[in-house]
Design a protein around this ligand. Structure first.
Ligand SMILES: Nc1ncnc2c1ncn2[C@@H]1O[C@H](COP(=O)(O)OP(=O)(O)O)[C@@H](O)[C@H]1O
Ligand SMILES: [Mg+2]
Length: 236
């Protein structure tokens, strides 16, 4: 369960103050797949950074399973970022000259897992995201965009995070690959009770989520979506 309360983030640019996150409040039940849509510059990435403790709010707070981020000392925040959250960004944030499997093993190394266990789990995760085994040892910069995004998702899953924050995960991908990434995120929510918050420009993706939010000049509103269960049950 995530509770976001009156979150504000301001930036000073020159003699101007901008407020890309302006009094944002919402709650997400565990296991929800939610999307945030909004124009470029509307504050989506800023909001995700606050939820992922990559940045600190000007005011307001985020509570994860009842624990407030504002009250956490920096060491705890680092732990929260590494253990409780999986990040999937458009730019992949992978290490380009390491292999796919080494990239996926990295968060598990931070978490103190032994090497043999890390290797086994990394290979399982790469299979789960359907990266063919012969590409597991290939360097990231020799994989396609879709393959890199699969590796990024596998890496985000490494420590079984309760929350996945995805910033335009299908942005660089062709439609078919994007669809596959959506299916993958959706299955994760279902099978692992993972909460996923995904920022997207992709209408198809936004329509497949349980809840959809819109950010407009720092203000968040919720929009109705067709419930996934209802959509699946509806006759074609
Ligand atoms: N670190 C920063 N310092 C100053 N301004 C920033 C910073 N990060 C984001 N901004 C500004 O905040 C606004 C929202 O940015 P962002 O959250 O990246 O929007 P989005 O992800 O919706 O495109 C933009 O005007 C951007 O220039
Ligand atoms: Mg952004």
């Amino acid at each position: 369960m995530i509770e976001v309360k009156n979150l504000v983030r301001t930036f000073n640019s020159g003699d101007r103050t901008i407020k890309p996150v302006n009094d944002v409040s919402f709650e997400l039940e565990q296991g929800t797949l939610a999307s945030i849509v909004g124009k470029s510059g509307s504050g989506k990435s800023t909001l995700l950074s606050l939820l992922g403790a990559l940045d600190k709010p000007t005011s307001g707070d985020v509570a994860v399973n009842g624990v407030s981020l504002a009250s956490m000392p920096d060491a705890k925040l680092t732990q929260y970022r590494r253990r409780d959250i999986g990040f999937v960004f458009q730019q992949f944030n992978l290490i380009p000259n390491l292999s796919a499997v080494d990239n996926v093993m990295l968060p598990m190394e931070f978490a103190g897992m032994r090497k043999a266990a890390r290797l086994q789990r990394a290979k399982e995760l790469l299979e789960q995201v359907q990266l063919v085994p012969e590409k597991h040892d290939r360097r990231i910069n020799r994989l396609s965009g879709g393959e890199q995004q699969r590796v990024a998702i596998a890496r985000a899953l490494a420590n079984e995070p309760k929350l996945i924050l995805a910033d335009e995960p299908t942005g660089n991908l062709d439609e078919q690959t994007g669809d596959h990434i959506i299916e993958l995120l959706s299955a994760l929510c279902r099978d692992h009770n993972t909460t996923i918050l995904v920022v997207t420009h992709d209408r198809a993706l936004a329509n497949k989520t349980d809840r959809r939010f819109r950010l407009q000049q720092g203000r968040l509103t919720e929009e109705p979506v067709r419930n996934r269960a209802t959509a699946a049950a509806a006759p074609v």
